[in-house]
Design a protein around this ligand. Structure first.
Ligand SMILES: Cc1cc2nc3c(=O)[nH]c(=O)nc-3n(C[C@H](O)[C@H](O)[C@H](O)COP(=O)(O)O)c2cc1C
Length: 381
């Protein structure tokens, strides 16, 4: 295929795969798409191990790295506060609320998944890092590898990062959930804007992909735009290209692939879920995030629940309890499974079988051609 995105990044298909799992990244890149490793919860050591592994697998084919760079978070004005001071800002009421929730599911106070060594499958994710100080070592590691793209979410990348990446010949991309954000990205020199609709898994706004993408395409032209949110098939890819996108950026669909490290019990829940089973919640990170609905999200929506805290306090509050839930939920028959809320988008309703990531890419391309021919036939007739 030939679009501004394939030209820019020298790939066969404009299918971008956001994943925290290095195996998915390497498989998609190997299939002619473009794998992007989500690294916000990596330690620098884990990132080094994962990128070295990807380099070995992809033999020079292009891939990228994604980091969260929010502009708005507690302590942003001072460039980030130390963790101790942030921890002191978490009200006891919030801690008591979560302790009570976990008690009701019989989850022992001290049990949390121990960190797995860097570079191993299922390595433990570090707590969400949002301030520029904790991001800098990850960027240093990423720049030591032959990455072709660096992406940022939740805010425009800082000027120094755009300049540094450009000097190294690295494409800079940024996610936008509104036209205003997309314009801000273009203004700081971003090369590729990802217009992500509310359908998406993870942090997401409230405008749908179908409505957002054409507006962003017009607003930032000639900067190419990738469509994201609710895209898992070739039909959805065809629609995205018709909206003016130069390609698609998918996250959810990889979570049930053979390579994905999603725990088996969670994969099963994803395969069984329908599109109505997701919900946007602030209860994990403090910003709206689309996840699979669970007793956790239901509890936070109850009238007696405390209001979620702003980023990064809510993720600091919820990180350990969440790991305690994950540790216990792995036991067969554990009721803790009902508290698991993996980040996932509305396309979960279309994710009904486990496939290799490579197959997902090839199926999308085949289906895209079929969809295009169907439309073409309508026009010809
Ligand atoms: C599990 C999960 C975690 C995500 N984490 C991030 C992230 O750290 N950084 C980011 O830019 N986007 C993140 N996203 C959003 C994806 O990059 C992508 O835009 C989104 O998944 C596209 O919509 P889809 O889920 O319908 O495919 C995440 C998505 C999922 C499903």
């Amino acid at each position: 295929m030939k679009t501004p995105a394939t030209e820019m990044l020298q790939v066969e298909y404009p299918i971008f795969a956001f994943s925290h799992c290095r195996d998915v990244v390497a498989a998609v890149t190997g299939a002619g798409g473009f794998g992007v490793l989500g690294a916000v919860a990596h330690t620098p050591e884990q990132l080094e191990a994962d990128l070295a592994w990807i380099d070995e697998q992809v033999h020079g084919l292009p891939y990228g790295v994604d980091l969260l760079m929010p502009r708005k978070f507690v302590g942003a004005e001072s460039g980030g506060m130390d963790r101790g001071s942030l921890r002191d800002m978490i009200p006891l009421e919030h801690r008591a609320f979560l302790d009570d929730l976990l008690d009701r599911y019989g989850i022992p106070p001290q049990e949390a998944k121990p960190p797995a060594p860097a570079g191993t499958a299922g390595q433990q994710r570090a707590a969400l890092q949002v301030d520029p100080k904790s991001m800098a070592p990850l960027i240093d590691v990423a720049f030591r590898h032959p990455i072709k793209l660096i992406a940022s979410a939740l805010g425009s990348p800082p000027d120094w990062l755009v300049q540094d990446a450009h000097q190294r010949g690295i494409t800079v991309a940024a996610l936008a959930g509104t036209v205003k954000h997309a314009r801000a990205h273009a203004a700081v020199g971003v090369d590729l804007v990802i217009a992500q609709g509310t359908e998406a898994g993870g942090h997401t706004g409230d405008v749908s992909t179908l409505v957002l993408v054409p507006q962003v395409v017009d607003a930032v032209a000639p900067v190419p735009v990738l469509a994201a949110g609710g895209i898992a098939t070739g039909r959805q890819m065809a629609a995205s290209l018709a909206l003016g996108a130069a390609g698609v950026w998918c996250g959810s669909v990889w979570l049930t692939t053979r390579e994905s490290e999603t725990p088996p019990a969670v994969k099963e829940r994803m395969l069984a879920a329908s599109s109505e089973d997701t919900v946007r919640t602030r209860s994990f990170t403090g910003k709206p995030c689309r996840v699979l609905r669970s007793q956790w999200t239901i509890a936070w929506e109850a009238p007696d629940a405390p209001a979620p805290l702003p980023m990064p306090l809510q993720s600091m509050l919820s990180d350990r309890p969440r790991r305690r839930v994950e540790a216990v939920a792995e036991r067969p028959g554990s009721p803790a499974v009902d508290l698991l809320s993996p980040f996932i988008g509305q396309v979960v309703g279309q994710m009904n079988a486990v496939r290799p990531a490579r197959q997902v890419v090839l199926d999308m391309v085949d289906e895209l051609v079929d969809a295009w021919m169907t439309v073409d036939k309508f026009l010809a007739d």
